[in-house]
Design a protein around this ligand. Sequence first.
Ligand SMILES: Nc1ncnc2c1ncn2[C@@H]1O[C@H](COP(=O)(O)OP(=O)(O)O)[C@@H](O)[C@H]1O
Ligand SMILES: O=C(O)[C@H]1O[C@H](OP(=O)(O)O)[C@H](O)[C@@H](O)[C@@H]1O
Ligand SMILES: [Mg+2]
Length: 376
Amino acid sequence: MQPNGSSPASTQIVANGSSPAIIEHKAYARIGLLGNPSDVYYGRTISLNIENFWASVRLQPSADLLIVPHPNHDLVKFDSVSQLVNRLETEGYYGGVRLLMATCKVFTNYCKEQGIHLHNNNFSLSYDTNIPRQTGLSGSSAIVCATFSCLLDFYKVRDKIAVEIRPQLILNAEKELGIVAGLQDRVAQVYGGLLYMDFNKESMDKNGYGNYTQLDTSLLPPLYLIYAENPSDSGKVHSAVRQRWLDGDMFIISSMEKVANLALEGKKALLEKDYSKLAILMNQNFDLRRQMFGDAALGALNIEMVEVARRVGAASKFTGSGGAVVAFCPDGPSQVELLNDACKKAGLSIVPVKVVPSLLSEVDIRAQSSIHHPST
Ligand SMILES: Nc1ncnc2c1ncn2[C@@H]1O[C@H](COP(=O)(O)OP(=O)(O)O)[C@@H](O)[C@H]1O
Ligand SMILES: O=C(O)[C@H]1O[C@H](OP(=O)(O)O)[C@H](O)[C@@H](O)[C@@H]1O
Ligand SMILES: [Mg+2]
């Protein structure tokens, strides 16, 4: 599946004559613009969904319940043992099948707990994705989010599961697999558009979700996405810092607070269209991440991606935990040209960011606050 130039629909439901409907949903890659990874630590972030890349999941009613392995991402047949080893060393052991399975489990258990009736019909689930693999563009949660949407429609329970709590359930599917991750990806992918998120502890403890504000996407200046074939395991990158935070490490705790404040300041900068301020905040965001995680955990290529952009004066930071970088050129088109050249020379891919508008349907909006939200 290749990204196309047109604006892809977020939802597609195909009814095939009198036979049961096939359901398909897309979820888009997300860019953490400011504040990440403080979302993992009761912080704040500003994130957006991008049309450039997406994952899609297809649910087809069937006699047996089938999770279909992806022919490439879940490869189990190889030409040789060296191809197998090379594959494991570059992409790791896992593809998307485990994400689909975990989503089914979390979804079903949640419905059971909440007394939401699910019919007994079976289905086949398959997926595809063009989100560069494990590059901090939330390829993992895009697969989970699209699966979750298919299940909502298959069981016709979209009106029974409030929008605010869906991101937590989507996160729980990854937690189920031992992946350390935060809510920002899932919130961005459920809501679409440009979002300011505040995950303060009080609100998280009381409601099980944060305060999410949709911002006008036209507030954004032109942004660029830089990425490389450089998969890194987000869960692994996060686990050491998470442990230090849990152990009460004051440096991590205070640095995370500083990162969270960047999102707060960034919201003000965006609303005032103060883009020089935005550039400063983006750079500070990466510098704080670098101090907390250390160069070895971030990886030389990831650091070089940020520096390629900075060498031409662009502001830059990771979109997520590493592998892709979001860049902003405060000096305008001539600087963008320099950035394009520098990326080409460094062998890095660069594309202009296309923002996805809000993805909430009328049913979703009605399901926002009309449902009682127990803590998840
Ligand atoms: N493109 C992909 N295709 C299949 N599975 C994927 C893909 N990307 C991520 N995954 C699955 O999600 C897990 C976590 O990925 P993660 O490191 O969070 O990457 P990302 O930054 O893309 O979210 C992986 O170990 C793998 O099981
Ligand atoms: O470190 C980050 O900025 C993010 O890392 C994860 O996202 P990923 O796309 O898998 O790198 C995590 O899920 C997010 O919550 C973090 O903000
Ligand atoms: Mg992920």
